[in-house]
Design a protein around this ligand. Structure first.
Ligand code: SAM
Ligand code: SF4
Length: 335
């Protein structure tokens, strides 16, 4: 469906305008975070994934249909060869207002200034702990010091906004929420706490047992910080607060404790070219097939995207206490 008054606007059955696309440009990653991947992941063969040109074509089609914001994610987007050129090309799409990226920070030390030059405005960096040993345990392969150097490089380059994402797991890093906020305050950046989502089967912890709600985090933070509720809405799932006396915003992404589906404005494109209409459901459309069956036919591609809005579900069905019904991992999904 498009809006009849504005044909260049994607709108679903529930009247939600979709103007935000997240694109996973690779399922590969140099880390193996315990909540995101199994230890022995098999990655997709090249023929099955979108080429950089195909990703650009899709990004452009979405922009022509009114998408204003694109987030590049993965897997780890910065490990894909040609990522910078792709970012530059997407960043040059005129009607696009915002090009942003989510990264684990491992490549930022060397890539931060090229990212800025490519047109990336804001950057999310995932850091779940400030303890190097715990960091290694959670990411299985990551080096905290390298990521911290990456954050410093991103700060030096001067993005419009830098935000840390932290997935909080009971028994692993839940005692660190105050330290993480203090780190954000000291560095003049923002932070969001994320409740773990049951995407894919993980082996190292019981998701139900590791559940640590945003409410508990807020209570923990109240012992050290005065969080002022903010009216700011980013059109996204985060509820924002400001740490009193600072510019740091603290967000809570709470798929379990606060359902945010009614204001959902986004869809996701997997690296296999599957358009996911909802993070917590399997409703999808194979845009890679459309692209490859009708090469160069922008009209057919756009119609497929418009038609896809009919199957965007009303809400996600996550239940942390049950075996996951969503068998794809977050690295496939484009978190
Ligand atoms: N590799 C990049 C990174 O880690 O930032 C981008 C991709 S990663 C899949 C995007 C975000 O999803 C990260 O902030 C990560 O912590 C989060 N994430 C991964 N698996 C998750 C899960 N099962 N539940 C909640 N968040 C998850
Ligand atoms: Fe890689 Fe990001 Fe998943 Fe961690 S959360 S394994 S860094 S894709």
């Amino acid at each position: 469906m498009t809006n009849t008054e504005n044909p260049t606007q994607l709108i679903d059955r529930f009247g939600r305008v979709v103007d935000y696309l997240r694109i996973s440009i690779t399922d590969r990653c140099d880390f193996r975070c315990v909540y995101c991947m199994a230890e022995d992941m098999t990655f997709l063969p090249r023929a099955q994934i979108l080429s950089l040109e195909e990703i650009y074509t899709l990004a452009k089609a979405f922009a022509e249909l009114g998408v204003k914001k694109i987030r590049i994610t993965g897997g780890e987007p910065l490990v894909r060869k040609g990522a910078l050129e792709l970012l530059h090309n997407i960043g040059s799409i005129e009607s696009l207002k915002e090009l942003v990226i989510t990264t684990n920070g491992s490549q930022l030390e060397t890539m931060a200034s090229s990212l800025k030059a490519a047109g990336v405005k804001r950057i999310n960096i995932s850091v779940d702990t400030l303890d190097a040993d715990k960091f290694k345990a959670i990411t299985r392969t990551g080096d905290l010091h390298q990521v911290i150097r990456g954050i410093q490089a991103a700060k030096a380059v001067g993005f419009e906004r830098i935000k840390i994402n932290a997935v909080i797991l009971k028994g692993r890093n839940h005692t660190e929420v105050c330290d993480l906020v203090q780190f954000a305050v000291d560095n003049g950046i923002d932070i969001s706490f994320i409740e773990e989502m049951p995407l894919g089967v993980v082996s190292q912890h019981d998701r139900s047992g590791a559940y640590y709600s945003s409410d508990l985090i807020r209570k923990d933070l109240a012992s050290q910080f005065n969080l002022l509720s903010s009216t700011e809405k980013t059109g996204g799932p985060s509820n924002y607060f400001v740490v009193a006396g600072t510019a740091t915003r603290v967000g809570f992404i709470s798929p379990h404790s606060e359902n945010f589906c009614s204001t959902c404005n986004r869809v996701r494109l997997t690296v296999e070219g599957r358009l996911l209409l909802c993070l917590g459901n399997e409703h999808s459309v194979d845009l890679k097939a459309v692209l490859r069956e009708h090469p160069g036919d922008g009209a057919v591609l756009k119609q497929a995207i418009i038609d896809a809005m009919h199957i965007k579900p009303e809400k996600h069905e996550f239940n942390i206490h049950e075996q996951p019904v969503i068998l794809r991992y977050m690295n496939m999904t484009g978190g």
